[in-house]
Design a binder for this molecule. Structure first.
Ligand SMILES: [Zn+2]
Length: 94
């Protein structure tokens, strides 16, 4: 166990095979990280200077390939209309 005080974000492999994506509760948007970063904390990619993740970063926990609804949400984000996984718990059925 290392840095147990850091938040852990579920991360998914993007279908471009180059990035991991993780939902940020602080920014309410998806953050992109390089695929397979070093284990341990990564720097928060938050845009908000008030983000609680910014000082120390967070830990990415790889969950597997991004399911289709995440890809769809990413497309909405790129168009500025993403909703985010507000109902992530209910939809976590893959
Ligand atoms: Zn963020």
């Amino acid at each position: 166990m290392e840095a147990p005080e850091l938040p852990v974000l579920d991360a998914y492999a993007h279908r471009d095979a180059l990035h991991l994506i993780a939902w940020c509760d602080e920014c309410r948007r998806w953050h992109f990280h390089d695929l397979m970063p070093k284990s341990g904390p990564v720097a928060a990619f938050c845009h908000s200077p008030q983000s609680a993740y910014r000082p120390a970063g967070y830990v990415l926990r790889l969950m597997g390939p991004a399911p289709r609804w995440i890809n769809q949400d990413l497309q909405r984000q790129s168009r500025g209309t993403q909703k985010g996984p507000y109902d992530l718990v209910q939809r976590r059925s893959w």
